[in-house]
Ligand binder design. Structure first.
Ligand code: PLP
Length: 408
């Protein structure tokens, strides 16, 4: 496991962790929203703009070829990080949201007809709800929702009963951004495949924290965002099985996605270019690859183990506080703890913690249907990274105790 000495060294890679907020040392517990960036990623961005900047795929000149190589190497890095069988199964997008929208449009065009059904779960982020609702409206489909139990675990019996001959696709999150629940996605995929139903997994909250192997999972689509795994904003990934990506149309036109254009007809490029219209974010892709190498160098298993200890420690310490209500109590949790204290509004807790230099998230966390189903208006959410420490958790608990005293 990562030792305290390891963490001291790793923290030096993240200059922002030295910031003072209102004169207090920053304690950053909003990693579920976005992670901080290590020097290696920042250096890669600077290097790319200083030495490798030219538009890719089109130029015969040296710089363009070098930039193209870097972008395509980044694709190979992502493919090996996810355990994809083929590098052309990796499509660069702006993030998880864009990747899901791409599938909702393109898969919807090719495979969905009036009366068909899409299955999501009650704990989805809006990004994995709204694109499917848009598809439902566009093509006359119905959205079905997997419920969960009081611990925040998906009801697998109910899931099984939702699958039928009209189900075209199941789209569920690997890890809930509110509850921290790690869903049994392998089982979800297996059950869907028994009925020839395709599955998309939203990996936004999973890839930074647990080992993901898309081949082992047998996911048809798997998506994530670079900025949540120490990479830059504006870059993300859609993994799709080659035969499926080949079978669905592009959703944007222009740029490298074409094969031949005439005014009468346009034919499309091969994978992965078919889905990367316009100038791709070739600086972002190489910086994302750097972030993935950074995570691999530490070891995702070691990260998972350490973050598990942090999350358990935070949970135990939170329970010292009178009126503490942890939302999401399954055993199999990732690095997220959501909570409420008595009748105190989460926003008030977040505001006061902020004044003490502690960044947590409050509100519905872009999962309004989940929050509604719990009969609450929101939660306070602390989400951890390997660069967080038990000392920070102690400071957070001390601050929270003060806040609760002030607000009670
Ligand atoms: N899905 C989940 C589970 C998330 O937590 C998030 C972001 O918080 C998203 C999707 C959307 O990610 P992005 O805004 O990077 O597209």
């Amino acid at each position: 496991m990562l030792t305290n000495d390891d963490i001291v060294l790793l923290r030096k890679d993240f200059p922002i962790l030295e910031e003072k907020i209102y004169g207090k040392p920053l304690i950053y517990f909003d990693n579920g929203a976005t992670t901080q960036k290590p020097l290696q990623v920042l250096a890669r961005i600077e290097y790319a703009y200083k030495h490798l900047n030219a538009n890719i795929h089109r130029g015969v000149h040296y710089l363009s070829q070098k930039a193209t190589e870097a972008h395509e190497d980044a694709r190979s890095t992502v493919a090996s990080f996810l355990g994809a069988a083929h590098r052309e199964e990796i499509i660069f997008t702006r993030g998880t949201t864009e990747a899901i929208n791409l599938v909702a449009f393109s898969f919807g065009e090719a495979f969905c007809n009036q009366g068909d059904e899409i299955v999501v779960s009650v704990m989805e982020h809006h990004s994995n709800i709204v694109p499917w609702q848009m598809l439902c409206e566009r093509k006359g489909l119905t959205l079905r929702v997997i419920p969960m139990n009081e611990k925040g675990e998906l009801d697998m019996q109910a899931y099984k009963s939702l699958l039928n001959s009209r189900t075209r696709l199941v789209s569920v999150t690997h890890v809930s951004n509110v509850l921290g629940t790690v869903n049994p996605v392998q089982e979800i995929i297996r059950l869907a495949h028994e009925q020839n139903i395709h599955v998309l997994i939203d990996g936004a909250q999973a890839v930074p924290h647990i080992k993901v192997d898309v081949k082992e999972l047998d996911a048809d689509f798997y998506v994530f965002s670079g900025h949540k795994i120490y990479g830059p904003t504006g870059i993300g990934v859609l993994y799709g099985k080659r035969e499926l990506l080949d079978a669905i149309p592009p959703c944007q036109g222009g740029g490298e996605m074409i094969d031949k254009v005439t005014f009468e007809k346009t034919t499309y490029n091969i994978l992965p270019f078919k889905f990367e219209a316009g100038t791709p974010d070739y600086i972002g892709s190489t910086a994302l690859a750097e972030a993935l190498r950074y995570v691999q160098a530490i070891g995702i298993e070691r990260i998972a183990e350490y973050e598990h200890v942090l999350t358990r420690y935070a949970t135990t310490r939170l329970l010292e506080i009178d009126g503490m209500h942890i939302i999401g109590t399954t055993e199999n949790k990732s690095a997220v703890v959501s909570f409420l204290v008595g009748e105190i509004h989460p926003y008030d807790i977040g505001m006061l913690l902020d004044k003490m230099g502690i960044a947590v998230r409050t509100g519905h966390h872009c999962a309004q249907p989940l929050i509604d189903s719990l009969g609450i208006t929101g939660t306070v959410r602390a989400s951890f990274s390997f660069y967080n420490t038990t000392d920070e958790i102690d400071s957070f608990i001390a601050a929270l105790k003060k806040v609760v005293l002030m607000l009670s």
